[in-house]
Ligand binder design. Structure first.
Ligand code: HEC
Length: 109
């Protein structure tokens, strides 16, 4: 009985997490954000020089091109404003998989 209950619970949890972000490796994403110094200007829930990841996730919610837009943002160094000064956004140098994992993590905040 206990085992059946556990199996049922596990099945429900898998179903609940069964969305587009289920494949995100949280640890790898956070480690990369730290290594690439993204944390200097971004945090999950507070605006710093850059927007909070929660706000980015909110902005792109339901947008089909979210991943593409962010991929371009993170790999081409578009101009952004930091302290009233225009500068190139940090270019994320990592493998395609790592970049996509980090984007998936940001979008699921
Ligand atoms: C020097 C500060 C700084 C660093 C370092 C930085 N960012 Fe940003 N980031 C910004 C600013 C400022 C914006 C706002 C751009 C705008 O809205 O015009 C931004 C915007 C973003 C956005 C939202 C883009 C959009 O289309 O809305 C994402 C996602 C992002 N940064 C991720 C990262 C990641 C990942 C890293 C690490 C590789 C990083 N940032 C490093 C300052 C920074």
């Amino acid at each position: 009985m206990f085992r059946q209950l556990m199996t049922a619970t596990a099945a429900v949890l898998i179903l609940l997490s069964g969305n587009a972000h289920a494949q995100v490796n949280e640890e790898a994403a956070q480690a990369l954000a730290k290594k690439a110094k993204c944390t200097k200007c971004h945090s999950v829930d507070k605006k710093k020089d850059g927007p909070a990841y929660q706000d980015v996730a909110e902005k792109y919610k339901g947008k089909a091109d979210a991943v593409d837009k962010l991929y371009t943002h993170l790999t081409t160094g578009p101009m952004v404003e930091v302290d009233g000064e225009k500068e190139e956004h940090e270019i994320l140098r990592a493998s395609d998989d790592e970049i996509r994992n980090l984007i998936g993590w940001i979008l699921s905040r």
